[in-house]
Design a protein around this ligand. Structure first.
Ligand code: SAM
Length: 223
């Protein structure tokens, strides 16, 4: 197991699809000329790999600090012959060094660790410090999706987004699979989601939108 982890870490380190410094990534980034979608805490990047198959005209980037999981994502992306994905093996805390302001169309946060202890609440990926980063890199009207099995993270996220003047919450679901006519992009299941469903946990979802800088009410961004 430990050996497999090491091997997968090496796959990530050797891959030209994986970046971990702003300089190398930004050179690559500036050659992308379509909409950019991120999956944060992507693990093996099941969500972005599936989205990449569905939307060949968009570019998808998975972000995770664990090199072995990124290595696995790279192997699967190669097997699946995806040419519209790349990966950042970095801490999400550093995201603003990798993306210019207003450059990302959509962010997905899939089954992030809930960090149950109140003393660690600032590490939850919807804590105010993280929302500040997302609000910088997201385009106006860019979307932030969050799926979780955790009641605590779900409620914390709603509170944190409600308190943040840069975001509007567009939709919430405390039991996603009880919603009628669910958009197909919401039923993609990551390994962690599959595990939680097996354990009969309900899946929760929050969708929010990056508001325009100043809400003048007249321009095309505001309407
Ligand atoms: C519970 S796993 C979920 C993986 C995947 N999204 C899934 O649903 O299968 C959470 C992932 O978040 C990553 N992670 C947690 N905090 C992070 C941070 N601050 N920066 C980058 N990755 C982080 C961990 O390395 C781990 O792979």
């Amino acid at each position: 197991m430990a050996r497999k982890k090491l091997l997968m870490g090496e796959v990530a380190r050797d891959s030209d699809l994986v970046f971990n410094t702003p300089a190398s990534f930004l050179e690559f980034f500036h050659q992308i000329n379509c909409e950019i979608v991120l999956e944060l805490a992507c693990g093996k990047a099941a969500y972005v790999r599936e989205l990449a198959k569905r939307y060949p005209n968009r570019f998808f980037i998975g972000v995770d600090v664990k090199a072995d999981r990124i290595g696995y994502a790279v192997e699967r992306a190669r097997e699946e012959r995806l040419d519209n994905v790349a990966f950042l093996n970095i801490r999400i805390e550093d995201l603003a060094d990798f993306f210019p302001e207003n450059s990302v169309s959509e962010i997905w946060i899939t089954f992030a660790d809930p960090f149950l202890k109140p003393s660690k609440s600032n590490r939850r990926l919807t804590a105010p410090g993280f929302l500040e980063i997302y609000s910088k890199i997201l385009k106006t009207k860019g979307l932030l999706h969050m799926k979780t099995d955790s009641d605590l993270l779900y409620e914390f996220s709603i509170e944190s987004l409600t308190a943040n003047p840069d975001f509007d919450i567009l939709a919430v679901a405390d039991d996603l699979y009880s919603v009628d006519d669910l958009p197909l992009d919401l039923v993609i299941q990551t390994p962690f989601e599959q595990k939680h469903l097996k354990n009969n946990l309900t899946i929760k979802y929050v969708l929010s939108l990056r508001k325009p800088e100043s809400n003048c009410g007249n321009c095309s961004c505001c309407n």
